[in-house]
Design a protein around this ligand. Sequence first.
Ligand code: UD1
Length: 420
Amino acid sequence: MDYLQIKRVDSLNGNIKISGAKNASLPLIAMTILAKNSVHIKNLPHVADINTLLKLLSNLGAKCDFQEDRVVVDTSALAQTKATYDIVKTMRASILVLGPILARFGHCEVSLPGGCAIGQRPVDLHLKALEQMGAKINIEAGYIQATAPDGLKGCHINFDKITVTGTANIVMAASLASGNTTLTNVAREPEVVQLCEILNASGVKIEGIGTSVLTVHGTNGKLIDIEEFSVIPDRIEAGTYLCAGAISRSELTLTHVDASHLDAVLAKLEEMGSTFTITKDTITIHPSEVIKPVKIVTQEYPAFPTDMQAQFLALATQANGTSIIEERLFENRFMHVSELQRMGANISLNGSVATINGGTQLSGTDVMATDLRASSALVLAGLVANGTTDVHRIYHLDRGYDALEKKLEAVGANVKRLKE
Ligand code: UD1
């Protein structure tokens, strides 16, 4: 198993190229199930989750050719419709194949994802919406068995709770359904917006893109033609490197980034003292010597993302006062707190609220990554901790960060990938 060893340096300096967004790539790859042509996707990140989904599609009979940052996916020979436990257990987002496979073949089986480190994460809203569209759902022996022998039918679906992959799944299902599907209370994340835009450009008319009400005009089972496209930049990767600049008081320039997806993150960094120079596709952070404390509540886009909570918590340990961070999306997403405490951070937890008394000098030690974003919080802490920080179990990090240690090394960090 690999781990990362980080040694403090005085400061970082230079450019970091932001990769394509993992969370946009996953639904966009699942979307190829709806296509009659080979789909060319550019700007994919090299992260384990993408390989996992491509492996899942290959197991089902698709041809996937992933070279550099491009993939060509041909689902014309896709014949299997069962996503088995061995894959789904490594990546919950495998559930994204349920909607498109069911819509195309009239049946699909997906292993139930089960719990995960950051909370229960049920998929009940995905299933309820498919039932409303006429699917019959059975849960048997740990598998979701979905059938729709007469095809899926457009209807009105209101999501009780905003769900990102739930919205993507049902938009894809509705794309091949008969009639129109109106979805209310949908996720408005840029990753969902891109999925809708590509589908819309491929002949599935979608109204309301970017709002919380979508109307999808189904093709009545007709597969679609999808032209080559490029995945949007990863706003969470970008936010993480902005935090690296802020915590190490270093000027860093991110390239290939879209600042308009980062409003809430930039606003909080500004409150903490940083300023920015922004162009069409770059962001330069000018950090302040003194980091100010902050109050953050995680919510759905366009509010502050839960996927940036851990990184800001690490940053708040270096603020000159008390910060309050409330996690509203996932009930157990504070596992990084105990690891940061082991490094000397002064944090107290009360349910979903963390109180961070900043200003402590962190000390490097052995810490354990517990989930994807928690891992990057530990790396950020390691950048400013005295001595050496060894971050173990970085397979979590590898699920979602493309070449993190190489990108940090290129701006002067002392980060090495080593074997246990
Ligand atoms: C996606 C992102 C993840 C991010 C999360 C919230 C991907 C691949 N992953 O995850 O990085 O942290 O959005 O921004 O894009 N819920 C239910 N029932 C459901 C579905 C969700 O109760 O059927 C709940 C969840 O437990 C959670 C909330 O709704 O409390 C939001 O979850 P959701 O938006 O579905 O997260 P994911 O799509 O899994």
